[in-house]
Design a binder for this molecule. Structure first.
Ligand code: GLN
Length: 306
């Protein structure tokens, strides 16, 4: 297995197409070369290759995990009152609201994820409690203490005009309550939590088992929560490329602008990849190709019958 993963990375290493995300200065300046991949089985065994311990900011990959925490904290009905589960077919930073309810279409786009973050802990919680909740929850999923990259966070906050605009719109529709800048800052801190592909594979494997962290053995969420989160990842995790991804790769997944991708195959495996250059949909170019290879070579397509 390790040889096979090395071979997959080697076969894709000279694909330098795409570019780092440019709207967050710290990400634009990051080294574009690291390339790593890790798989963790539902029995808790991890296989890793390349830059498997390099840390990068989780960014939008935080969204499905924060969504799980919000469902645990507030109940699914409360979450569904303010965030939908429909694919938007649009870019991650579009407003994409449903017509009548004004709910963001899903929790994987920024509008839905900012709303999801605002739900963490409870109605009375402040910014620090929400961020602490995300950090502690992600740490339990990864099985180690994670931390926020303050430089990435400050860099994004200095130009977070678009997320602030989205959040103020949501506030006018009554979807989001409270102090808008504090919610956006908390969400940005959540996005700035540092992970490795090894962490991502374990976090995803916890969804694959139906909520039991396969290394520590801790039950972190109920099977119904894991199932719901994986289904929304399949429908909307790859933004405007979600349909293409589901047909071609067939693994529920979520990408982040720092270059990570997390994927989960129910009952089988959690997968993490990292390579900073992004394609035109904002998904990691080499990461996408690595997932395509794994899906093909290892029969990982969710809908494969052979
Ligand atoms: N923090 C980023 C943002 O809100 C996350 C986007 C992403 O990873 N696609 O713009």
């Amino acid at each position: 297995m390790p040889d096979y993963l090395d071979e997959v990375l080697d076969s894709l290493r000279d694909d330098t197409s795409g570019a780092n995300a440019d709207y967050i200065p710290e990400l634009a300046e990051a080294d574009p070369e690291p390339f790593g991949m890790a798989l963790t089985t539902t029995l808790g065994r991890t296989y890793a290759a390349g830059d498997a311990d390099t840390e990068f900011s989780i960014q939008s990959i935080s969204k499905p995990f924060a969504y799980a925490a919000a469902i645990i904290d507030r109940g699914l009905d409360r979450v569904l009152d303010v965030v939908g589960v429909e694919p938007s077919g649009e870019a991650f930073n579009e407003l994409s609201l449903e017509g009548e309810t004004h709910r963001p279409k899903n929790p994987m786009i920024n509008a839905g994820a900012i709303t999801t973050h605002s739900l963490l802990v409870g109605a009375e919680a402040g910014q620090d409690e929400r961020v602490d909740r995300a950090l502690a929850f992600f740490s339990r999923l990864a099985g180690r203490d994670l931390r926020v990259d303050e430089r990435v966070c400050a860099s994004e906050l200095a130009s977070a005009h678009r997320n602030l605009a989205l959040a103020y719109m949501l506030r006018t529709y009554g979807i989001l309550d409270g102090d808008v800048p504090a919610v956006v800052e908390g969400y940005t801190r959540q996005c700035s939590i540092l992970v490795s592909v090894r962490d991502l594979s374990v976090m995803a494997a916890t969804l694959a088992t139906g909520g039991i962290q396969p290394v520590t053995g801790e039950r972190i969420m109920e099977p119904a929560v894991a199932r719901h989160v994986m289904a929304v990842m399949a429908a909307a995790g790859m933004y405007d490329a979600a349909g293409d991804w589901l047909t071609r790769v067939g693994i529920p997944a979520k990408s982040g602008v720092a270059g990570g991708i997390v994927g989960v195959l129910p009952d089988r495996v959690g997968i993490g990849t990292f390579s900073p250059r992004l394609d035109s949909h904002g998904n990691s170019q080499r990461g996408r190709r690595a997932f395509e290879r794994l899906s093909r070579d290892m029969g990982m397509h969710l809908f494969a019958s052979d």
